[in-house]
Design a protein around this ligand. Structure first.
Ligand code: ATP
Ligand code: LTN
Length: 333
């Protein structure tokens, strides 16, 4: 199962809501492709991380299963990729505790996500929010990952995981592979349809700004038709034309067309024709995935059996690293 020659990629996803078109185009779709590009992929749903913000229990469970089914529907191949739910692999929490003891208060205080989230959830600045990077380092280091594909906002977390790995290796000898962030080549960054200066996000209060990957065709059409565009009506990429630029980015990502091709296609046609065309392209992209998704979620027994079978595969890899670490730090086994 484990192949020494292939480089290992690890990524995890928070399941605090339904994935957005941003998650899909900016991350998920690229990560699924990596399976076919000769990497050994390990993917998981980071439900322990989700607890750093107060969740409605039934919703967290629902979103976790939904996200699991969605990635399967996208074509995640369980013969090539290990895909599990973080809380079902106890080694994550165990290694995270140990790594807590090798991480400094000062370095955790400097994490921008901690600063942002504590400002946003001032009534619940819990210890988990603070030590989030140690759990994320455990996620990565347990699997001896070579690369971690992340968006720019998560780069600092991969860097601290590297620092922790290097520090630990320095004290105890080679234990962890030092991971590298993998920043996507064509980093499709999808912005909110209502405020093209902020990224499309699951937790956006304005649901008209984000396209959920499970939105039905009518909803997708309506949201695109209402998308904020700029003054003027020409479909042309340009500075200060954030609304149109965003729609062009989405259209390009979905159809594979270049910006010049898009400008030519809509020459003299205006936003009135462009917006529904973008919506149609997105609908067509998501339709087959949504169909498979509906089949998978309808079969609860299959879904449950699948994630249950994956947990021991992940545990086997994770335990090898954890046992090494326990021995090195002096825990009796
Ligand atoms: P939240 O709203 O809770 O902050 P999110 O929707 O921003 O969540 P994450 O779970 O933090 O999503 O991110 C999962 C992956 O999706 C990350 O690799 C992240 O870089 C990517 N991603 C999230 N939003 C976008 C976006 N709008 N455009 C491109 N990539 C995105
Ligand atoms: N923090 C990440 C989710 C995450 C992750 C990981 C990503 C948890 N553990 C390990 C890569 C590797 C986020 O919020 N997107």
């Amino acid at each position: 199962m484990e192949n020494q020659e292939k480089k290992r990629i690890l990524s995890m996803y928070q399941c605090t809501g339904t994935f957005t078109l941003g998650n899909y185009l900016g991350a998920l779709r690229n990560h699924i492709k990596l399976q076919e590009e000769g990497y050994d992929c390990v993917y998981a749903l980071a439900d322990l991380h989700a607890l750093t913000v107060r969740q409605v229990p039934a919703e967290l469970r629902k979103y976790t299963k939904e996200a699991y089914a969605f990635l399967l529907a996208m074509g995640l191949n369980l013969e090539k990729t290990v895909f599990f739910i973080q809380s079902q692999v106890p080694q994550h929490a165990e290694l995270a505790w140990i790594l807590n003891c090798y991480t400094q208060f000062g370095e955790l205080s400097r994490m921008t996500q901690f600063k942002d989230k504590s400002a946003k959830h001032a009534d619940n600045i819990n210890a988990g929010l603070f030590t989030y990077p140690c759990l994320m380092a455990a996620d990565i280091l347990l699997y001896q990952a070579d690369y971690v594909p992340v968006g720019a906002d998560q780069k600092q977390h991969v860097e601290i995981a590297r620092d922790i790995a290097e520090r630990f290796n320095g004290i105890y000898g080679d234990t962890f592979t030092v991971p590298e962030p993998m920043i996507p080549k064509h980093g499709a960054r999808v912005m909110s349809l209502q405020n093209p200066l902020s990224k499309m996000s699951k937790s956006d209060e304005n649901q008209n700004g984000n396209i959920s990957v499970l939105d039905d065709p009518d909803t997708i059409m309506r949201k695109f038709k209402r998308a904020k565009t700029d003054s003027g009506s020409e479909v042309r990429f340009g500075e200060g034309k954030d609304g149109v630029n965003n729609l062009m980015g989405i259209y390009a990502a979905v159809t594979g067309k270049t910006f010049e091709e898009i400008e030519r296609e809509f020459e003299g046609k205006g936003y009135g024709e462009f917006k529904p065309a973008v919506a149609e392209a997105v609908i067509a992209e998501l339709r087959p995935i949504q169909e498979r998704y509906r089949e998978i979620v309808a079969d609860k027994a299959f879904l449950e059996q699948t994630y249950r079978e994956q947990a021991p595969r992940a545990q086997a890899i994770a335990q090898r690293t954890l046992s090494k670490v326990m021995k090195k730090v002096g825990l009796v086994q």
